[in-house]
Design a protein around this ligand. Structure first.
Ligand code: TPP
Ligand code: MG
Length: 356
């Protein structure tokens, strides 16, 4: 395809929460997520990440971009352990995210949350959670608060197919339905819960039927098509805002291992090759070219701009200081809680037999 002039410039604005519903904007959000995740992999290889557990959302970008595009700035959300892309799509600064993943003081949680426990109240991120299903009930509380305070905001829980086997999801869906809360449950079905394929974990993969049984509005969508995700998400998020809680399952494929150390020995190469054909970024790019929305050089320029932005996140993280030891208990306990006594002072006291 030739590089035809485009009515839309490739330098779409940075993804703000609730914006970028057009295909170019959705593509940009997905491209930023993929580039960021690739840099997270690099951070790990360079030995700069704090801890070894890094879960990349490569292949799942349409879920983050599509659902985030249906949300508004005041909306809140929780994520599972694979939530980098969702937070980016909700307007996170990738440099502060990378610093957090590197355990640095400049990170969103001053380096104490890391990849799996990142949170930021200013952007409505109520917290990523390493416990499968652990972030789900918080949105029921947030939804109840929003309803009682009349804020008009929706709270969205993002989780994996593994959480479909957790009882807390069903308790949460029941309460959300019973109280007509502005809440949405989003299952990112990447076909695997660690090494277990979804069809080995459940007899019925029509997850929307389970949600309907509780009285929720529910949908299922193929994550290959980011526009379809955005459209169905908009319907459901709008409904949730009007007091009709919702559920959406998005089907996609986890391109790589569960975490950085996992080489996926439990799945065949042919399956992986076929799964990686379901690439929402490539498919959106092809559609942009096909429809003449953007040309090759415009997209290449956008990709290059994003690559530069994301390269800088590693430099920022590497150059940032580690949190000082004296700050160990800061930001860890609720405001007003007395800080626990440092282990060293306590040990000194015990050893000097001040306490028995
Ligand atoms: C309650 C609980 N059980 C087990 C684990 C170990 N574990 C971590 S991630 C994971 C699989 C999660 O799969 P899924 O929910 O589909 O998310 P994905 O990793 O595919 O994004 C498991 C079993 C855990 N963290 N929490
Ligand atoms: Mg999964």
């Amino acid at each position: 395809m030739t590089d035809t002039p485009s009515p839309v410039t490739a330098s779409a604005p940075a993804p703000a929460a609730g914006g970028n519903t057009d295909l170019l904007g959705l593509y940009r959000t997905m491209r930023r997520i993929r580039s960021f995740e690739e840099r997270v992999g690099e951070l790990f290889v360079r030995g700069l990440s704090a801890g070894s557990m890094l879960h990349l959302s490569i292949g799942e970008e349409s879920a983050a971009a599509g659902v985030a595009s249906a949300m508004r700035p005041q909306d809140t959300f929780t994520t599972h352990h694979r939530g980098h892309g969702i937070f980016l799509a909700r307007g996170a600064d990738p440099a502060r995210m990378m610093a957090e993943i590197a355990g640095k003081e400049t990170g969103y949680c001053a380096g104490k949350g890391g990849s799996m426990h990142i949170a930021d109240m200013a952007l409505g991120h109520l917290g990523a959670n390493a416990i499968v299903g652990g972030g789900i009930p918080a949105v029921v509380g947030a939804g109840l608060a929003a309803k009682r305070l009349g804020t008009g905001s929706v709270s969205v829980a993002f989780f994996g197919d593994g959480a479909m086997g957790q009882g807390i999801l069903y308790e949460s869906m029941n309460m959300a339905a019973l109280w007509d809360l502005p809440v949405m449950f989003v299952c990112i079905n990447n076909q695997y819960g660690m090494g277990t394929r979804v069809d080995q974990a459940t007899r019925n993969e029509a997850f929307d039927e389970r949600a309907r049984a509780f009285g929720l509005a529910a949908g299922m969508v193929d994550g290959e098509d980011v526009e379809a995700v955005a459209a169905v998400a908009k319907d459901l998020v709008d409904g949730a805002r009007a007091g009709r809680p919702a559920f959406l399952a998005i089907s996609c494929y986890r391109f790589f291992g569960h975490a950085r150390m996992d080489k996926s020995p439990y799945r065949a190469e042919e399956e992986e090759l076929a799964g990686r054909q379901r690439d929402p970024v490539k498919i959106a790019r092809a559609a942009l070219l096909e429809r003449g929305i953007a040309g090759v050089s415009a997209l290449e320029a956008m990709d290059a701009e994003i690559a530069t932005e994301m390269d800088a996140t590693i430099d920022f993280a590497a150059a940032s200081p580690a949190p000082p030891l004296a700050s160990m208990f800061r930001d860890v306990f609720a405001v007003g809680e007395p800080e626990p006594e440092p282990v060293r002072t306590r040990l000194d006291r015990v050893l000097s037999k001040e306490i028995r």
